[in-house]
Design a protein around this ligand. Structure first.
Ligand code: ATP
Length: 308
């Protein structure tokens, strides 16, 4: 029972009229992890999360959240989860602090709302009605409301969209603390660096299906896609360098004196490059082996075309 994932979605299908938003999606969120759900616009992330929150009924497949059916067992599930929606879900006339205190009072063991207000930099707008808060302040209040009840599992839909860098970092710190306290976090985001920073697990979805899953490390691994960069004097004879390297290696001078080598970057290749440099009187500066980023992987898997 303890090993059961916090969220287990199997073969999920969800249609809006003729449009299939989610098309046989599988997703497992291990307990106590931060899992980032990534995908292009319209991929079906929000719909999937809304099914897990019990706001939408699946047309096919199943969703189990903390071992419960989110629709038929909503009464049992709701008190155990926290939800941050993309668009508030807050009464527009309510004052920020009043709202948060109200939500806190609904829970048995809430976090002190004053502490959250301070943590998220909302002190100056505690008495401001929700509709008069800036977009970033509304986001931060929504986050505070999602976590104030110390949920076992929290769903954060694009929690840092539209936030300034300070608020973004404060949000990241809060998410790290949630994980340290054993809370399971499911977050959707378009920021690949956010997923790299926070996520234990990443699921990439496209056209309503999960197309890749793993730790950021696992997804970014792949020797062939690594690159080696260095700087040296401009105009090095790259044809001569390539002669010394395996046949499928590529080399380019990106800008005068800045070089990139692509291929299977292993210790042998590194030794060959530095020895070639020594033979040609080149001191390779800023020599670095760089891995693919999550953004590289995301674009490889989902393509570069804009979604309509
Ligand atoms: P984004 O990154 O843009 O937030 P998303 O991955 O969260 O996108 P969803 O919001 O789940 O995607 O939408 C999936 C598809 O379902 C889209 O084509 C969208 O237009 C459609 N859709 C979503 N909600 C509705 C709705 N209430 N009625 C009709 N179609 C909808």
């Amino acid at each position: 029972m303890h090993d059961e994932p916090a969220v287990q979605v199997t073969g999920l299908v969800k249609r809006y009229g003729a449009r299939t938003a989610v098309n046989g999606l599988d997703l497992a969120v291990p307990r106590g992890t931060v899992t980032a759900v990534l995908g292009p616009n319209g991929a079906g992330k929000t719909t999937t999360v809304e099914v897990c929150e019990g706001y939408r009924r699946p047309d096919g497949g199943t969703a189990r959240v903390l071992g419960l059916d989110p629709v038929t067992q909503a009464g049992l599930l709701r008190p155990r989860i926290g939800v941050m929606l993309q668009s508030g879900g807050v009464y527009a006339g309510a004052r920020a602090e009043e709202m948060l205190r109200h939500v806190a009072a609904l829970h048995a063991r809430p976090v002190d709302p004053g502490v959250l207000i301070e943590r998220l930099g909302l002190e100056s707008c505690g008495r401001t009605p929700y509709r008069r808060l800036s977009g970033g302040q509304q986001q931060r209040l929504a986050l505070a409301m999602a976590v104030v009840g110390r949920p076992e599992l929290v769903f954060l839909d694009e929690p840092t969209a539209g936030l300034d860098p300070q608020a973004r970092h404060a949000t990241w710190d809060l998410i790290r603390e949630l994980r340290a306290d054993g809370t399971t976090v499911v977050l959707t985001t378009h920021f690949m660096d956010e997923a790299e920073q926070l996520a234990d697990e990443v699921v990439i979805i496209d056209a309503g299906r999960a197309i890749a899953a793993g730790t950021p490390d696992e997804l970014c691994r792949g020797g062939a896609e690594n690159t080696l960069r260095f700087s040296g004097r401009p105009g090095l004879d790259l044809a001569s360098l390539l002669n010394a390297l395996p046949a499928d290696t590529l080399a380019a001078e990106l800008s005068p004196g800045m070089y990139r080598i692509e291929g299977k970057i292993d210790p042998q290749l590194l030794a060959t490059v530095t020895s070639w440099c020594a033979q040609h009187g080149v001191l390779p500066d800023h020599l670095a082996v760089e891995r693919r980023t999550l953004e590289d992987v995301f674009l490889e898997l989902t393509g570069r075309e804009l979604r309509v």
